[in-house]
Design a protein around this ligand. Sequence first.
Ligand code: GLN
Length: 498
Amino acid sequence: MIHSSASEMATALAKGEVTSVALTQLHLDRIASVDKDVHAFLHIDTEGALAQASAVDAKRAKGEKLSPLAGVPLALKDVLAQKGVPTTCGSKILEGWRPPYDSTVVANLKKNDIVILGKTNMDEFAMGSSTENSAYGPTHNPWDLSRIPGGSGGGSAASLAAFEAPLAIGTDTGGSIRQPAAVTGTVGVKPTYGGVSRYGLVAFSSSLDQAGPCARTVLDTALLHEAIAGHDPRDATSINAPVPQVVAAAKSGDVKGMKIGVVKELNGDGYQPGVRARFEESLELLAKAGAEIVEVSCPNFEYALAAYYLIAPSECSSNLARFDAMRYGLRVGDVDGASAEEVMNLTREVGFGREVKRRIILGTYALSSGYYDAYYGSAQKVRTLITQDFTSAFAKADVLVSPTCPTTAFKIGEKSNDPLAMYLNDIATIPVNMAGIGGMSLPSGLADEDGLPVGFQIMSPVMKDERMYSVGAALEAALLSKWGAPILSKAPALGGVA
Ligand code: GLN
């Protein structure tokens, strides 16, 4: 049962073939047996999950009408507030903090009776591409435990690939849902900015952050997408419009007559041969399914990474100022005679890791008087140019595509001392966040040179998220016939990690 998709589990629950308590227990057992090796979870909420599961079972027994994913377990990225449950954002500074409220994403999960198993590991405050920046130790990729599972949401992606959960929530500021999906052979979607509420999502870079669904199939991500999306008056950037019909799109998977634009700038020499080969094959499969493949050019994407690494740190330097040792988690040096400033300085010194400090310093510098126009101001202009590139590209194509990342999963430790090499991982995912559009990554096969999964990225215009689901479902179906089985079934994790 743990190897099924979330929708298969939902069907079994609806037919009474399994109870949510039994299904939840199966996943808790799986976590107990493999998570010492994978380390996808920071906190496992055994009691809370089983209580939620038994409440759904009771509702079902009474014949209540339930939502499509009712009773299915889920892994929640530790950046989203869940009432009474530890929420650390992978940081020591939040150790011991239990939010007094639910984020809107969590409230929506509960409303849909989706069972929350626990909180997943992540790079500290979602800054990173490998989960190595977690203050609680890295997560390991179930395909090869010596490799990274991507980041920042490596815990969520690894939990899916290791069959510890069939559903997960991630957040994506520059690629943190899509890149982990790509390197673990799972599916991850960053919805249109404003499509899913940010209320209760601990802020990294507020103009870029967006929560989204992660799963093992396109349909499962669509079902979860509809469960968590929708207007929320508590988030000023939430879009007040109907949720895109992504489930219907994922079910039909029809791409006949659709124009698919290959972004010239996101498929060059810097991409691993196996990544490019799987990308080209996927294009052929989509063409066979009836889509028209065209080439588009987005010349300003070249500057996206540089602009992102000014905008995101700038916003982070101001967002993280709230961790002042007076509110939330950690407080260090609170001895008689110590001033509030001394306690704050010491707490931030001890509580934040190296990457977070690096970003705060970068951002503070970029925003400082005399430099603001040259750095932050220029980066904002680049952001506008990137959005304009997307607008012209979408005039020629319904969706845009590229490989999700330049390489497959690298080794733990390989890039940890080279921040620039780490940042380059996000070269193909960042433009999407800069323009606030939707982006999906789904597995497109394994690279010949290392046998590791490769991600295919689909981008859709603002609030046209259903388009990436149609294309994703079409490609997933074509790949299923080609491979004869889901790509994830080739992962060693299937036989049991370790
Ligand atoms: N890897 C990128 C960064 O370090 C993106 C992170 C994210 O999307 N949260 O900023």
